[in-house]
Design a protein around this ligand. Structure first.
Ligand code: 13P
Length: 258
């Protein structure tokens, strides 16, 4: 399976900056066809930039997939002020949506039950749901990471989850935006636990991608992405510079060549 390198832009970029970043990624992929063929890239700009970026991507032959950072749990249109439905996202070229990011779970009090409803709505609209899980620093120090992540998976994944409509992103909360990265051994251990947990519970568990996220940069990506059961990365800060974002993808190729 190809690795997926996903850039979560979070609440960054104004209109011009978003267009420039998209253009830089397109140019970078065009200039490195072996990279564009070997690795799958996806970008997750703020929702308001999706229509213009979708228009830019339409004109490009080699391009990243487009996704959103959240969607409504409501599948049908209606009186839900401020919400955006999964089918609206699909209408603007989105194929993926990030759900249950820790900045929403912990920052906005989003529950696993809500995340499951959102994943269901996303999958019904034909989107791949990237469901985020991960423990806090206190939970890690108490050795509870496996239990916490398993409980999040249990409650957040809809019954229809499978390799074609779901990606799991393991993002330890203490590693996000802090410069602290989980060790490769720690990442391998929890990804193995997630793979085992998936088996018997979802469709095609062996080919369901499990991403690592949390301070992934070009210099640590090679080691993290070569760990067993790490099928890609969910990148925050380093996805805001096209060169760094693509360099993380290049780490996959270098690791293969080594
Ligand atoms: P950083 O790469 O900035 O640590 O963010 C990770 C993340 O939260 C991606 O969703």
């Amino acid at each position: 399976m190809k690795k997926l390198i996903a850039g979560n832009w979070k609440m960054n970029t104004q209109a011009q900056g978003a267009a420039a970043l998209t253009m830089d990624i397109l140019k970078g992929l065009d200039a490195d066809l072996p990279l564009a063929r070997a690795v799958e890239f996806a970008i997750f700009p703020p929702c308001i930039h999706l229509p213009p970026i979708n228009a830019m991507l339409k004109g490009a032959e080699i391009k990243p997939a487009l996704g959103a950072q959240d969607c409504s749990p409501h599948a049908n249109e209606g009186a839900y002020t401020g919400q955006i439905s999964a089918s609206m996202l699909a209408g603007y070229g989105c194929t993926h949506v990030i759900l249950g990011h820790s900045e929403r779970r912990h920052g906005l009090g989003e529950t696993s039950e809500t995340i499951r409803a959102k994943a269901q709505a996303a999958q019904a609209a034909g989107l791949v749901a990237i469901v985020c899980v991960g423990e806090t620093q206190a939970e890690r120090e108490a050795g509870r990471q496996d239990e916490v992540v398993a409980a999040q998976l249990e409650k957040s994944l809809p019954p229809e989850a499978g390799a074609l409509n779901t990606v799991i992103a393991y993002e330890p909360v203490w590693a996000i935006g802090t410069g602290k990265t989980a060790t490769t051994a720690d990442v391998a251990a929890i990804h193995a636990m997630i793979r085992k947990w998936l088996s018997g519970r979802v469709k095609s568990p062996e080919s369901l991608r499990i991403l690592y996220g949390g301070s992934m940069k070009p210099d640590n990506a090679g080691a993290l992405l070569s760990a067993p059961n790490v099928d890609g990365g969910l990148i925050g800060g380093a996805s805001l510079k096209a060169e760094e974002f693509l360099a993380i993808g290049r780490a996959v190729l270098q690791d293969r060549a080594a």
